[in-house]
Design a protein around this ligand. Structure first.
Ligand code: FAD
Length: 407
């Protein structure tokens, strides 16, 4: 374990500058177009893949960077470029994290590369947990996985919703109930390989923000999967189910496939929100310096300058929380006060607040699509909703600090 440090190191700073170049030169100029088209920006993902920014290796390197802040630095830069395109580029990592968190070495080696494809033939992956009647309450999943012992196959039936890349993904990771009576502890994650019959895309959602990112329902109708598609394997699942049936004392994060994925990914999602906030803040700062009213730049008014001072302060505070949580995770420090949730909560709310202030500073221009803060404000709104709403983050933090079963 290294002492807590906020120094990312020279390698990490070089990666940051490299990603910043991609975000500024490739993502920013494409952002408005793909937002309007509301389609997955395949050419941009391909460009990222050619440069080595969209690959399993790249994210693994950031994840294992000894500074502990490789992932948040990468996320912040890409989402500074654009959040909709950014999510199209990194959406695959949520499914990849599910395989890394729950899969065996062999499963990781088989499925993780297929999620990204190759620069010539890029693919995306989807993580499908949420359902129409199971959003915040992940214990209420109705999608069933039934084991067919004679064939060593699992049969999946149900409907998933809100899946990023759902239906257009090569590989889908699906969380399903094996023993619904056990709630979240009776669930398991499955890999659905490319081209598996019975999996289809349902409705594609038209959204308020992050419109370049594809979000859709995924219908599972008699999907048959070979036994080896159960992440972690049958033996481990049987042991886990037996322990749950015996009523073994619940330990935070364990025994819940969906929660294991979310815990690991919350600081990274917080970093995405910071990228959006920083982008909007920079536009507002430039604008306030140059926009003249009453014969002087509007930043000459304390009211506007203080707004910018608060925006910058909150962005930096959010980043510190995200970096702390990422550093803790990288150094195997347990989140005793739900530090991961804390970072996502604060960063998400900061992005919404900062982008709203930025729109105000730009006046009428802030309200139009001629300037990017309108899009950034729409994009920021998702950060108090997905990967656990702000209310759910508060619930997790409140339970962690009190030890009480707060409802
Ligand atoms: C664009 C987008 C992309 C997404 N991508 C994915 C994905 O890739 N994979 C995936 O599995 N899911 C994904 N989601 C789903 C997302 O995680 C859920 O929308 C989220 O968890 C909230 O669930 P819900 O929408 O059903 O809201 P609900 O759970 O119905 O919540 C509605 C409101 O009630 C509040 N609430 C609920 N319970 C409580 C409580 N106990 N205490 C206080 N307040 C409470 C919530 O905070 C919220 O304000 C995505 C969603 C969107 C919109």
């Amino acid at each position: 374990m290294s002492t807590f440090s906020l120094d990312p190191g020279a390698d990490q700073l070089a990666v940051r500058d490299w990603l910043h170049g991609f975000a500024a030169d490739v993502m920013r100029p494409a952002a408005a177009e793909w937002d309007e088209r509301e389609e997955t920006p395949w050419p941009v993902i391909q460009e990222a893949a050619k440069l080595g920014i969209y690959s399993l290796d790249f994210y693994a390197q950031q994840y294992f960077d000894p500074s502990g802040v490789g992932i948040p630095i990468a996320m912040e830069e890409l989402f500074w470029g654009d959040a909709g395109i950014g999510l199209s580029i990194v959406g695959t990592t949520l499914a990849a994290v599910a395989v890394l968190a729950n899969g065996t070495e062999e499963q990781i080696g088989t499925w993780a590369p297929q999620m990204f494809g190759t620069p010539e033939d890029v693919k995306v992956a989807a993580f499908c947990s949420s359902e129409p009647d199971a959003g915040s309450d992940v214990s209420a999943l109705r999608t069933r996985a039934v084991y067919d012992e004679a064939k060593d196959e699992w049969v999946l039936n149900g409907t998933k919703t809100w899946a990023t890349n759902g239906g257009i993904a090569a590989v889908h990771v699906v969380v399903a109930a094996v023993d619904p009576a056990l709630g979240a502890r009776g669930q398991a994650s499955f890999v659905v390989p490319p081209g598996t019959p019975g999996l289809s895309q349902g409705q594609k959602f038209k959204k308020h923000g992050i419109r370049a990112s594809h979000t859709a329902e995924v219908v599972l109708d008699g999907v048959r999967l070979p036994g080896h598609c159960l992440l972690g394997g049958k033996e481990k699942l049987d042991e886990r189910l037996a322990r749950a049936r015996e009523g073994a004392k619940r330990t935070a994060g364990k025994g819940n496939a969906a929660m294991a994925t979310f815990e690991a990914s919350r600081p990274a999602v917080g970093a995405q929100a910071i990228g959006i906030a920083r982008a909007a803040y920079e536009v507002a700062l430039d604008y306030a310096r140059t926009r003249v009213q009453f014969g002087r730049p509007i930043i000459d008014n304390q009211g506007v300058a203080f707004q910018l001072a608060d925006m910058k302060t909150r962005i930096d505070a959010a980043r510190l929380l995200v970096w702390r949580a990422s550093w803790m995770a990288a150094n195997n420090q347990p989140f005793t006060a739900a530090e991961g949730s804390m970072s996502k909560l604060y960063a998400g709310e900061t992005a919404k607040w900062v982008t709203a202030q930025a729109m105000q500073i730009l006046g009428g221009n802030g309200f139009t699509r001629e300037y990017p803060v309108e899009r950034m404000h729409r994009d920021s709104a998702i950060y108090s909703i997905f990967e656990g709403t702000s209310e759910i983050q508060r619930l997790v933090i409140a339970r962690a600090i009190s030890g009480m079963p707060i409802r």
